[in-house]
Write a protein of this length. Sequence first.
Lengths: 845, 120
Amino acid sequence: MAVDMTEVRQLFFEESSENLDVMESNLLDLEIGPINKELVNSIFRAAHSIKGGAGIFKFEQVVSFAHVAETLLDEMRKGEHLVTQPIIDLLLRAVDILRMMLSSLKENTECNWLEVGACQTRLKAFLKTPLEGESAYGELTMSGKFSPSPQSAPVKLPGPTSPLPAPTISSTPVATPRSLEVTALTPVAPTATSAMPVALTHTGAPLPVTPTEPTAALAETPAPAAPTNIEGWQIIFKPHLGMLKTGNDPINLFRELAGLGALEVKANTHQVPAFTDLTPHSCHLNWELMLHANVAKSVIEEIFEWVENECDLQITPLPILSAEDEEQTATTVNDELTLTTVDSDDDSMSSKRSLINFPPNFDGDETGVNEPLPNSPSAGNQLQSDRGDTKPLSPVSPVETPLLSTTESPAVTSSLHSLDPHPLEGPISPRGNSNQAPETGSSIRVGIDKVDSLINLVGELVITQSMLDQVGENFDHSKLSLLRDGLSQLERNTRELQESVMRIRMLPISYSFNRFPRLVHDLSVQLGKKVELKLSGVHTELDKTVLEKMSDPLVHLVRNALDHGIEMPEQRRETGKPEVGLLHLHAFHQGGNIIIQISDDGAGFNLARIRDKAIKQRLLNREDNPSEEQLYEFVFQPGFSTADQVSDLSGRGVGMDVVRRNIRSLGGTIEIQSKPGRGTTFNIRLPLTLAILDGQLVRVGTEIYILSLLSIMESLRVKPQLVNTLAGKAEVYKLRDEYIPILRLYELFDLVVHCTTQLEQGLLVIVEGDGQKIGLFVDELLSQQQIVIKSLESNFKQMQGISGATILGDGSVALILDVAGLIQLFHHKKKIPTLRSTFTLGVSA
Amino acid sequence: MTYILISDDSVSMRQMLKFTLAEANYQVTEANNGLTALELAKQQSYDLIITDVNMPQLDGLSLVRELRSLPEYQFKPILLLTTESDPEKKQEAKTAGATGWILKPFDPDKLLAAVRKVLR
């Protein structure tokens, strides 16, 4: 079967990960006490889906594990358990284990089987009723003897619990009537309208027997072992009147049987009422079938499995006949052949691997039999199987019959598959056992509405274009206003199209926020703190890349807030605060930015402590009097921590600098607001997208540079009397109460042509980066426009102070300035230490 | 052309069904829950419906009941995808009117065998 399983496999992993998220968030929503049926149901469904999918790919361990978890959930939804913290914790653990198993399968890496086993054992301990039919799921032996690779794990075969019944054959000849009342057998179809001939065998004659040639082939087949001394089976099949109402059609059953060997069908029309009383939808016929095939009883039973309770069924073995009889009957069979031989090549049904090897004309199409009415039962057709010269049939069908048995013992097939070292292997990159999806080849799910709006916009664009085409034809002055309209429409289309395309990359921040309930739950348990997590603005969308890269910084900030921010319950009580601390994650749009706020109502930053620490680390002089912002700036310094003790979670002083670096690499900023005893708020400002920025074009000489509008605080004409020079090195500008260093861009970039060098003739653009301000001296401000950022690094080496380039409307290239980089460059050139300079200036003012 | 409607809330399961059935030249339509399946079944006549049991909105057993109440599907084969092998669950399926069931996990051959068992 050339089904592309790689793709399905990939899909399964994505879907399972979503299902695990559902399980996790619903588990966290569960409240202690009676069962919330809806929640438990949805957790159950998710576990169930994972189990089902894992089964397809023969991930036996996942199936087995999920099965135990699912059983527990099933008991819960039946109300057999109350929700307790241990159950929630255990199920959360189970989610983690499943995640680990799936990720190790996906990445083809090792999995910690001991943990899996331990968790599975704990789950089992919770179960009220012991698991039944474990073998059906290829139960692992959990005795620590895990095989290293999931793909080649030995699967315990179902032991004596195997559902396969041993074929029992009564040695005594069965006293079944050899011939039925022949006279009663008249050709009547169950429906009055369809005149289907019921091809009946001759009666009274000895039963037709086929030579038992398939025994040789059978010797090779695994379980179920067919009895060797069985000539065939007699099946008495009396459907109940309503059997057809479940969509079961006897002819299909007979066809299945005929696939096993030669089949004789006798219809008994005794029960068929008079025409006037006939109910077309009831099954009035019953049958006696002779199957001449050396198969196990279970194979036949399985064919009738679906109608087990809708019929009376008797399956009795036919004893082997004497050689003489055999010969005689063999001739009879040949004589009464009514069907053509099998031509398996042109029959789609009888592909080599298919179970059913059935003559193509059995469906009645080719033998000229009227096709039965669509909904009518079509039993009793000319179902008389051939045997004489159907050589292709006999060797194939018995060999294939064991396939049927696999339904009863999936572990058999599973173990076979498990032996295959690389079943269904997709393109797997050897990666660590991480929860994160590999960056390469990742996909994105886009809502259909976004795609629709895109198509809609493209449609509008086409209309605009054809409109402009019309205007362009025989253009004269009278059409000028039409042209203007067209161009403005084009502009609108372009902008909308751009926004629409951008939106495709946008994902709601809930993708990132959703992991926090679990994190906060686990951390608060670990720390013994009581914390309520509030999420808001979860539908705020931001660029997928931004979202992914923000994940770690957010986790860090949340950990910090829990570890250092929110106090222990007693401490909170003492200070008159509610015991339960509040952690609030909030996302919203502001201007062209996304703001993410992480606020807690904890202790807040201890500024005195930061100051002491900074002095201790010689970042600050004792006599300095830094502002709050400047003190917070220390928090972002590498190796700076005010925590007295290094804990598991945080306090090592690595982190905040990394957090800020990550945010900066996304073109964002982070700032701290904190009130001692009242709490801390981190404000993270991120651009909507990484590909486009709102830029301010500035001219320096003949060059045009671009500044991000977000970094610009204000622009002003320089008043010469407010410019001071410090030690002949740097110029500063007194803006209100601040002294702002002046950076002459022409100087920095060594521009000489047509540059304004007189400060009062140019403009000072005050920009902010890294919490510091600087005044960029430029010749003039040009327009503001959206800039598509093109990376320079793929062709040139990275330049400090320049973050990229763009192509302007006239085709020329302009460099995009990186404010933070410029500030560093400036301090480096002027040999002024970054932080100290501003303090000194502040004091000297 | 034989039309089959499959109903399952799991995308991978649907894909798996679809690939396998399409490979065998069946025309497959997908529904991601019972309610959608019911709507689709009302719009067009399908020769076979394969549905999952556990689904949001409308579960598999209710879907079977709903379908059986429609004249069009009174006698059509409907197969349930189930992981439960216990007789009680099977009886429940039959009572609801299902033609039969396919035990998960299954491989493509097993699926096709089951499908061919109810389609001629």
